[in-house]
Design a protein around this ligand. Sequence first.
Ligand code: ADP
Ligand code: MG
Length: 398
Amino acid sequence: MRSLSDLPLGNSTVALRCDFNVPLDSRGVITDDLRIRAALPTIEYLLAQSAKVVILSHLGRPKGQTVDALSLAPVAKRLAELLNRPVNFLASRDPAEVSRAVSEAPANSVTLLENVRFDPRETSKDPSEREALAREWAQWAEFFVSDGFGVVHRSQASVTEIAALVPSAAGLLVERESGVFAAILDAPARPSTVILGGSKVGDKLGVIESLLPRVDNLLIGGGMAYTFLLAQGKEVGQSLQQPDFVEDVRAFMAQATELGVRLLLPVDFVVADSFDAKAKTQIVSADSIPADWMGLDIGPLTRQEYADVIAQSATVVWNGPMGVFEMEPFAGGTLAIAQAMAESGAYTVIGGGDSAAAVRVLEVDETKFDHISTGGGASLEFLEGKSLPGLAVLKGQK
Ligand code: ADP
Ligand code: MG
């Protein structure tokens, strides 16, 4: 993959793809600026080369329409604060006006264009439409730098088509994130442990399949655990379950035994009589989930067992909350895992959007983790061993 140092960037005009898809509250205030902060090293690198930096990003899913609530204007403001320099926000999407504004911008300046997904061609299924949009940017861009790790698994105009049109390279964030996940796949320090949770096992079959032969321990929690229990012939009551995947899960358990991988399932749960923060709750063993109750978190014995495995690991990768952490009574399992990782001496990586959010919501010290990914979907697809189009194009393959 080409790096920034492979391009003669001095005094050039650079189109920089960032992932500024940040969460906003109902008043449009940015509630978490992790993704903006993660983009700063590349922007500062480009400015140090006296480049004219023109940033492309999306925000939310406007579906090809102008949606005022999804304007990048608030992001421009926050970016200016973080960079401690002016950021020129361009609301107009008229190609002639954009070209003029870019040509008038001085060297060593930062311009942010409006949400690329306001244009339906950005995410069009038709590559020629995406290319037409990318050609508008290629009018003024001498180089393209791809630094939105959260979108490298997508074939979109500002990710793949533009990279094929102008000389391009990975930014520092994309380089770092790809390096972390490649190392996890290829040569993790051992013993290595992967913790998988989240809602549905169906979303993570590919990751389990890809990681099983590569890890020492696989710890299962969250909503996906109940389909594993079904595969063992246990009762799961009203818990989240996907009976269609019982066969896949059973095959994974057999494969784990064959490979000598320790695949651990929860031994106890916090169950509730409804999906509600005010529900009645009790702690039960995995063999005795009552028929009318649902499991919404892993129990205390499981937390202890998983924390012990984490403490003995050299690499720990975590994707997916252990319970419904958004409700306080069911946040304990997720908190226990996050704390065990924070306290461990292992190389620790968080790879899921909701898991990363949980760490922040539960106020675990983020600096205690070696890597918190900015790309949930992209990191999952990377771990599945898939070729990501936004990275392949930077390697000169398509
Ligand atoms: P990530 O984004 O980290 O990959 P997912 O998107 O797969 O994680 O899943 C996150 C969601 O899983 C959270 O909203 C959480 O409430 C939910 N979840 C976790 N455990 C359970 C459970 N036992 N029952 C229902 N939902 C759960
Ligand atoms: Mg998620």
